[in-house]
Design a protein around this ligand. Structure first.
Ligand code: ADP
Ligand code: MG
Length: 227
């Protein structure tokens, strides 16, 4: 029965995603088609560069969406191993440091080394932290701090990603994780969908606290690895 529920849930997500994809990909396709048509009609003439630029930009957009879909659609779950979250967090922070520097956002990593072992897939866990840190950096308009903390509390490992960004409205918080929900002009709205899926695959929990004008804090918890 649990297996059946899982299956039903999966199908529901597929339906939700399919509707979203159709919509998200159709927009850039329509504009690519329009410009291709124009280029064809005006063949032999000197054409403005933005005809080509628009086509390339819209293709990049489709590429981005499809790239994230591939992560979501990954079929067979990879085998889980004992993972040192300390290292995964270090790597994730390093990967995001360039983007943080560009916006004068300080990334602060505060971990309790040697205590943060969970069962997981390194690549997926890294994806979780990259998505959360990326959102935190993007939320901060101009200068700020993103603090990542990880500690062991009894049999749990608790990680928080906190930013000094503008915070979120209640109606935004409610939609977090919904495929294609984004308030950003160039967002895909798939980051948190992927993040929530991965955490679910890892039997973890995620919650969010956010206050307008103060910031946002995501908290994730996992059981510690016993092996
Ligand atoms: P995307 O980043 O492509 O918009 P996500 O799924 O990563 O998609 O995030 C969905 C939405 O959640 C964002 O567009 C933003 O409105 C909101 N959000 C996520 N993280 C934060 C944050 N740290 N601060 C403020 N808003 C956030
Ligand atoms: Mg995002």
């Amino acid at each position: 029965n649990a297996e059946k529920n899982k299956q039903t849930e999966k199908l529901a997500l597929v339906g939700e995603l399919a509707a979203g994809i159709a919509h998200e990909i159709r927009n850039p396709l329509t504009s690519i088609k329009g410009f291709a048509q124009l280029i064809y009609e005006k063949r032999g003439q000197d054409l403005p560069p933005f005809y080509y630029e628009t086509i390339l930009e819209e293709l990049d957009r489709i590429d981005l969406i499809v790239g994230e879909m591939v992560v979501l659609a990954k079929p067979a779950p990879e085998t889980k191993r004992k993972v040192d979250l300390d290292k995964v967090l270090q790597d994730s922070v390093n990967l995001m440091s360039y983007q943080a520097n560009l916006k004068e956002v300080q990334l602060v990593l505060n971990v309790e080394p040697g205590t943060l072992y969970i069962e997981g897939v390194v690549g997926q866990l890294k994806q979780v932290f990259i998505n959360l840190i990326k959102n935190a950096i993007e939320a901060i308009e101009n200068k700020g701090t993103v603090t990542i903390q990880a500690r062991r509390q009894g049999e749990e490992v608790i990680i928080t990603v906190e930013d000094t960004g503008p915070g979120m409205d209640k109606d935004v918080i409610k939609k977090l994780g919904t495929p294609f929900f984004s308030t950003k002009e160039k967002g895909t709205g798939l980051g948190l969908t992927i993040t929530y899926r991965i955490i679910q695959n890892h039997k973890g929990k995620i919650s969010v606290q956010s206050k307008k004008g103060v910031g946002t804090k995501f908290t994730i918890s996992w059981s510690v690895s016993r092996s």
